[in-house]
Design a binder for this molecule. Structure first.
Ligand SMILES: CC(C)(COP(=O)(O)OP(=O)(O)OC[C@H]1O[C@@H](n2cnc3c(N)ncnc32)[C@H](O)[C@@H]1OP(=O)(O)O)[C@@H](O)C(=O)NCCC(=O)NCCS
Length: 172
């Protein structure tokens, strides 16, 4: 059996029921509550890979496509897509399900980035992850470009140093 670390080893699936105190006055799920659940689920996924304490360092643009009604079952699925030195990108998908009405819709997708820390709060290296399926490989390949976008936006990288994105911003 291979000892390689796979995205599938980090899969985390969490289901929550939307209760009255999760909703706004119109009876729909608060966006902040959903983002909290997404953060929790993706942090578990990153912890499965790093076997360390993790903190959220970045959340890529999350948009809310559909309302999620009181009583719905919200299922969140998270997987690590790629690791860098001390950070990990996690892809999250969210579905809302109303079983009596027999409906299930995809509501959100997002990328969260976590950093692994030691007990003093210092970033520590994480193991490399190896995609297995074609789908995992596509997420893995795209992660380098998404990382460069978030580091540029976070003021941590110069556009000139973003090899994969340079041509989008600079005409040589
Ligand atoms: C996460 C934290 C320890 C990183 O500290 P830092 O001084 O930026 O450390 P580094 O520069 O060594 O960066 C560590 C990693 O974070 C990544 N990183 C930093 N800022 C980032 C950003 N905006 N987006 C994506 N990744 C980022 C770096 O690329 C590096 O990853 P790598 O080693 O894989 O290349 C620090 O920013 C922190 O403690 N933030 C608060 C985290 C937190 O409390 N989250 C909960 C929100 S309340």
């Amino acid at each position: 059996m291979s000892n390689l670390h796979r995205p599938s080893h980090t899969e985390t699936i969490m289901t929550q029921v939307v209760q009255p105190n999760d909703t706004n006055p119109l009876g729909n799920l608060h966006g902040g509550r959903l983002m909290y659940w997404m953060d929790e689920c993706s942090a578990i996924s990153a912890t499965k890979h790093s076997r360390a304490i993790v903190v959220t360092v970045s959340v890529d643009g999350v948009s809310f496509k559909n309302r999620i009604e009181l009583g719905s079952f919200v299922t969140i699925k998270a997987n690590v897509t790629r690791t860098f030195r001390t950070s990990m990108e996690v892809f999250i998908e969210v579905w809302s399900e109303n079983i009596p009405k027999n409906t299930k819709i995809k509501c959100n997708e997002a990328y969260y980035t976590f950093v692994a820390l030691d007990e003093h709060g210092t970033p520590i290296p994480v193991k490399e992850i190896h995609p297995e399926t074609e789908y995992e490989q596509r997420l893995y390949d795209g992660a380098i470009r998404r990382r460069q976008v978030r580091l540029i936006l976070g003021g941590k990288m110069k556009v000139e140093d973003a090899g994969e994105l340079r041509s989008l911003f600079i005409k040589d």
